[in-house]
Design a protein around this ligand. Structure first.
Ligand SMILES: N[C@@H](CCC(=O)N[C@@H](CS)C(=O)NCC(=O)O)C(=O)O
Length: 214
């Protein structure tokens, strides 16, 4: 059976949410973050290929990386539900948003956390990071000012992927300047499958990532 190695307070909630949206059967193995370091426990790396989450296992094969897992679940396990394949005219923007989330948006948000949490703020680095976040969230805002969802005005797995950086940005106090994105996030969080994932996924208190926020 399909299995999700799930880490609490992490991106892995997206995969749990998608499994619920797609109505797939799955087994859930949940791990808690180390309360001191906030890292994944070593036991995750003993059971899965590495101490990172999300990781899924299916037919004896393990798969890491949220975007790849989303592709596998939607295309291989759910006949393309909540996704757009190459035959669709929406394929380019669907893939753009799916990749933009981890490939661009997450990077400066993580820098923002690491630099302030470790007390190594460098004025140049901080202003570069703030500028990158503003560029990316501005780009996203312009899309969502005109549309309720990222692709074709319909909910898709690209929206599931986008949820985590926005929740992370919210925990770091960044989202307060982006009301369009706040409303979009609330729309996503109101979905019954999201709520079920929150109930099943254990602790999802992201305020632990507010380190260094004034
Ligand atoms: N780009 C990867 C990132 C995976 C990742 O860094 N996951 C974090 C959870 S948010 C993790 O496992 N952190 C635990 C640790 O690094 O100790 C993805 O989207 O799957």
């Amino acid at each position: 059976m399909l299995k999700l190695y799930h880490l609490e307070q992490s991106r892995s909630l997206r995969i749990l949410w998608l499994l619920e949206e797609l109505g797939l059967d799955y087994e859930l193995e949940t791990y808690s973050r180390d309360p001191e370091t906030l890292r994944a426990p070593a036991s995750l790396g003993e059971r899965a290929p590495m101490p990172k989450s999300p990781i899924i296992e299916d037919d004896g094969r393990a798969l890491v990386e949220s975007g790849a897992i989303i592709d596998y679940l939607t295309e291989v396990k759910a006949n393309g539900e909540l996704a757009y394949g190459p035959e669709s005219s929406h394929y380019p923007e669907y893939r753009q948003w799916l990749h933009f989330t981890e490939g661009s948006l997450m990077c400066p948000l993580v820098y923002h956390l690491i630099a302030s949490a470790m007390g190594c703020e460098h004025e140049g680095l901080q202003s570069f990071t703030d500028g990158e976040i503003a560029t990316y969230l501005g780009f996203l805002t312009r899309q969502l000012e005109r549309h309720d969802y990222l692709v074709a005005d319909a909910f898709s797995a690209a929206d599931v992927q986008m949820s985590f950086p926005l929740e992370f940005a919210e925990a770091r106090g960044v989202l307060k300047d982006y009301p369009v994105l706040q409303r979009y996030l609330q729309r996503l969080q109101a979905r019954p499958a999201y709520r079920r994932a929150r109930e099943k996924g254990g602790n999802y208190d992201l305020s632990v990532f507010s380190l260094g926020v004034a």
